[in-house]
Write a protein that binds this ligand. Structure first.
Ligand code: MLT
Length: 407
């Protein structure tokens, strides 16, 4: 008799954003005359930068000619993209990352969901709360937790991010092995200082642990003091993996391209206590289970590293940050305390009441979709996340509607 993976029964019935989409679709079906503005899931709305479009066209034409046609590419990504990433995103910032430490993929969600399978089943997890739900759910699927009791899974050390600690969690008092961090943070938009990241690196080194550092929103950092990469911290190459994505920097949520950095110096240990190369394990996993990102997409991604590409992607992130500033100012004017929106495309609003109730209120009275904080964890209760990914006209209209609904 075929049996299921029982760990799946510990999960909530559906993924947070599917749950929200269901509620919104039901509202739209019942109210076809009330147009909804979506500031919930962080999905981009503006078209691809022109450099990416030009590169896509040119690469598609190459695929149409026998002489330049390409079949399977290297699973880890073409050298032209891996070299551009290493040079522009890391070496230029003083981080010693080499091209063969870059693994190109079709998304950070997939990478941060998949990476845990190269580590032991019984490791000790440290996961922030609130958090991007993928970190928790993929570990539940893998059997690393007990049941969900009162909104929390047994077996996880939760790293609380609250108004009291400025939404940057403290180092835990217990030892853990695999630590998830995300800065600029999804969902709160908070950023970590160099000193705060240095404390995490020191903790990881002391505990022979690994940090999974999700930097998908790095391109939104404007404060020159805020680190863009965990590798700006000395010693991080031995204890950290970093995830980056082209989704939010260049409008690739539908185009699909991301990458993960696994330094060759990174070690994890076998049952006998011998150090093993994490780079070798991830190479084995990636080349076995992934066939590479399409050549034209990788060409489009590489185009953002040209001078024109840099200017166009900066304009794109500036545009969304302009939306974020409007949202944050409008919510503060309504009396809510907020963080985020200055170095991140998300505004985390302390609404001081049940977050699903506030979500329903905005949907029903303003036809605006936000994300209820409780969906990101227990500490998210009392908050909502508003995304800056939409057109300026929609953001302005949404803010007018919210102000009218809350009067
Ligand atoms: C979000 O809204 O949190 C993001 O769009 C999720 C993602 O990037 O997968």
């Amino acid at each position: 008799m075929i049996r299921i993976n029982e760990n799946y029964t510990k999960l909530k019935a559906s993924y947070l954003f599917s749950d929200i989409a269901k509620r919104v679709n039901a509202f739209v079906a019942a109210n076809p005359d009330k147009p909804v503005i979506r500031l919930g899931i962080g999905d981009v709305t503006e078209p691809l930068p022109q450099v990416c479009v030009d590169a896509l066209h040119a690469a598609t034409d190459e695929m149409a000619q026998r002489a330049s046609f390409k079949g399977y590419g290297p699973e880890q990504g073409y050298a032209f993209l891996r070299e551009a990433i290493a040079q522009h995103d890391f070496v230029a910032r003083g981080c010693a990352i080499e091209a063969d430490e870059v693994f190109v993929s079709d998304g950070s969600k997939c990478d941060c969901g998949n990476i845990q399978e190269i580590f032991s089943e019984d490791l000790r997890l440290a996961i922030p709360d609130p958090v991007y739900p993928v970190y928790v759910d993929t570990n539940v699927m893998a059997g690393r937790t007990g049941a969900n009791v009162d909104g929390r899974y047994a077996g996880i050390t939760y790293l609380d991010s609250t108004p009291a600690n400025g939404y940057v969690p403290a180092i835990p008092s217990v030892a853990t092995d695999l630590i998830y961090l995300c800065f600029p943070n999804n969902p709160t938009g908070a950023v970590a200082t160099k000193e705060q990241l240095a404390a995490w690196v020191a903790y990881a080194r002391e505990n022979k642990a690994i940090i999974l550092f999700d930097a998908a929103y790095e391109a939104f950092i404007r404060d020159p003091e805020v680190p863009h990469s965990i590798y700006e911290i000395e010693g991080a190459r031995e204890v950290a993996i970093e995830f980056r994505s082209f989704s939010k920097i260049a409008g690739f949520t539908g185009t699909r391209c991301a990458y993960t950095i696994v330094p060759k110096a990174l070690k994890a240990y076998d049952a006998a206590g011998n150090a093993q190369s994490v780079h070798a394990l991830w190479t084995r996993r990636h080349t076995t289970k992934f066939n590479g990102v399409a050549y034209p997409i990788q060409k489009a991604a590489a185009a953002i590293y040209t001078e024109t590409g840099k200017a166009q992607t900066k304009a794109l992130t500036d545009f969304y940050l302009g939306n974020a500033a409007l949202i944050r100012a409008a919510m503060q004017k309504l009396g809510f305390s907020c963080i985020g929106g200055d170095n991140a495309p998300y505004i985390w609003v302390n609404v001081g009441r049940d977050s699903w109730e506030f979500f329903d209120l905005l949907l029903n009275k303003a036809q605006v979709v936000c994300t209820p904080g409780a969906g990101f964890g227990k500490c998210g209760e009392g908050h909502v996340r508003i995304s800056a990914f939409n057109s300026r006209a929609n953001v302005e209209q949404a803010l007018e509607r919210i102000a009218a609904a809350l009067k």
